[in-house]
Design a protein around this ligand. Structure first.
Ligand code: AMP
Ligand code: MN
Ligand code: MN
Ligand code: MN
Length: 299
């Protein structure tokens, strides 16, 4: 039986291992995001931009100034069984050539997809969306979030969340199916660069039990080692459900808000509850944790 009513341990640092900056589709720059996290009391954080590690160097400068332990992360888009799945890599080496080449190939695919999305929106009478969305994309990534911001600004929907109901999703204008990276390739890039592969927010995939077990099996067999149990995208019930999955598949457990900035309807930073009891934290044994404990003792 998994107990989700554990109270926070006073010795536990505030950890958040999933967040986004303007390098992908977040609204704060890496420096602003780390500053914001620190203001919310986060002590150990991972920056996990979609398909890009380009923000980590900037984030690290501010993290060191503010005494936040920054974990090098990334969130890789993969296709499994015709579905889009996200794999978070933690403690990756952002200069590893294999990882960089893999991410670069996904970014190239994003550009091709953006052209196709714009063509689909054209057919629905919405013109100028490629240039319009590009104006919101600050760096190398163009994502559906940027299209969503453009559509909101043009008055097609009241907010980004509504866009993802009326546009850009299956059966709606602007939808394009896309082939992302292979799951085993993505896990390989993460592991070869020294990182841990984490199955991101499994509660978001809208799958039946059988498909979900298939996903966990494939992930585990491909070398995945952890799963997000506590996620800004999960309900309290899902904390318990995925804690049980973690135990069943002998995966470590991770926790992340998936924060994208104040304009998004996402979970805020610094508010994550502790992992349910029985979970093995993915951060167990990390040097960043020892540093945190050393700081506490000297404080
Ligand atoms: P992409 O990777 O370009 O397909 O874009 C996916 C991104 O869209 C996710 O990372 C979220 O940030 C955003 N997104 C997807 N669904 C929703 C939703 N229902 N509400 C708000 N943002 C969403
Ligand atoms: Mn996103
Ligand atoms: Mn995701
Ligand atoms: Mn994310």
């Amino acid at each position: 039986m998994i107990n989700v009513l554990l109270t926070s341990s006073p010795c536990m640092p505030k950890i958040d291992l999933h967040s986004h900056s303007t390098i992908s589709d977040g609204s704060y720059t890496p420096a602003e995001l780390v500053t914001y996290a620190a203001s919310k009391g986060v002590e150990i954080m991972a920056l996990t931009d979609h398909d890009d590690v380009g923000g980590l160097a900037q984030a690290r400068i501010v993290a060191e100034e503010l005494g936040v332990s920054l974990i090098n992360g990334v969130e890789i888009s993969v296709t499994w069984n015709k579905r889009t799945i996200h794999i978070v890599g933690l403690r990756v080496d952002p200069s590893h050539p294999g990882l960089l080449a893999g991410l670069e190939s996904i970014r190239a695919g994003r550009l091709t997809r953006a052209v196709a999305i714009a063509a689909e929106l054209d057919k629905a009478g919405i013109t100028g969306s490629l240039e319009g969305s590009r104006a919101y994309a600050r760096e190398r990534i163009i994502s559906r979030t940027h299209f969503a911001r453009f559509l909101v600004a043009q008055g097609y929907a009241k907010d980004v969340k509504t866009v993802f109901k009326k546009f850009l999703v299956k059966g709606k204008p602007g939808h394009v199916s896309h082939q992302w990276a292979d799951m085993s390739d993505a896990i390989g890039w993460i592991r070869n660069s020294g990182g841990v592969a984490v199955l991101a927010h499994p509660g978001r995939y809208d799958m039946g039990k059988t498909t979900l077990h298939g996903l966990f099996n494939t992930f585990k067999e491909a070398g995945g080692e952890a799963v997000e149990v506590v996620s800004g995208s999960h309900t309290v019930d899902q904390y318990r459900i995925f804690a049980e999955f973690a135990q069943l598949y002998e995966l470590q457990a991770s926790a992340g808000s998936d924060y994208h900035g104040p304009a998004h309807n996402y979970f805020d930073m610094g508010r994550l509850p502790p992992l349910p009891s029985g979970c093995v934290p993915v951060w167990q044994g990390w040097p960043e944790l020892a540093q945190f404990e050393a700081r506490r003792i000297s404080a």
